[in-house]
Design a protein around this ligand. Structure first.
Ligand SMILES: CC(C)(COP(=O)(O)OP(=O)(O)OC[C@H]1O[C@@H](n2cnc3c(N)ncnc32)[C@H](O)[C@@H]1OP(=O)(O)O)[C@@H](O)C(=O)NCCC(=O)NCCS
Length: 171
């Protein structure tokens, strides 16, 4: 994949058709907190009511067309030192280094954007090996297993906690 074809930008309503292509795939949403989107109307509503108002959610684009997303959700108050990162990309694009590249870009800019932030964290289902590999290869530290920690698709799941600090090195 030619890196110059990949970009990260805010969502627009005109992304609805492209968004629907990847967000309607159960393989993509399997480990996400949100459910598979099934219609153009749902796609528009999601973009308008969730993606655009989100404090920091971007779409990952190939040639400026939406193929995935990456988001950073900061905690509030005394916990604003940390933020939670999540991401996905359409199954047709898996294994081409796209999310690793997007995540590295976020890791290199987000601490400048939010000066109070010192820690990015990610929670990953114990069966989600591709996501664990992404986090490991860009420099996140696997801190440990959180038993029965996250609710996902009707089940309470064991999750691994990963973190990356502002002083850590991006790999
Ligand atoms: C996880 C996900 C984001 C990875 O995106 P991607 O663009 O394919 O990631 P990359 O290509 O940058 O890297 C994937 C790595 O995982 C590896 N991998 C893929 N499937 C794997 C598996 N079943 N077991 C172990 N490693 C696996 C790839 O070989 C690659 O590692 P490599 O570069 O050493 O070969 C993508 O699969 C996805 O969108 N999944 C659904 C949503 C999701 O799970 N989001 C994360 C929630 S925590």
């Amino acid at each position: 994949m030619d890196a110059s074809r990949i970009s990260i930008r805010p969502f627009k309503l005109s992304d609805a058709d492209d968004f629907l292509k990847w967000a309607s795939d159960d393989r993509v949403t399997r480990y996400l907190r949100w459910n598979t989107v099934t219609t153009k109307e749902e796609a528009l509503t999601y973009i308008e009511k969730v993606a655009i108002p989100h404090p920091w959610r971007r779409t990952i684009c190939l040639d400026d067309r939406s193929i995935g997303y990456i988001s950073v959700k900061r905690e509030s108050g005394d916990n604003k030192c940390r933020a939670y990162v999540s991401y996905a990309v359409g199954a047709a694009y898996w294994g081409q280094g796209i999310v690793s590249a997007a995540l590295r870009a976020v890791m290199s800019s987000v601490f400048d954007e939010f000066p109070d932030l010192v820690r990015l964290e990610a929670l990953v289902d114990i069966e989600n090996r591709a996501s664990q590999r992404v986090l490991g290869k860009v420099g996140f530290l696997k801190e440990g297993l959180l038993r029965k920690y996250g609710f996902c698709k009707g089940e309470v799941r064991d999750m691994f906690m990963y973190s990356f600090l502002s002083t850590d090195k991006i790999l």
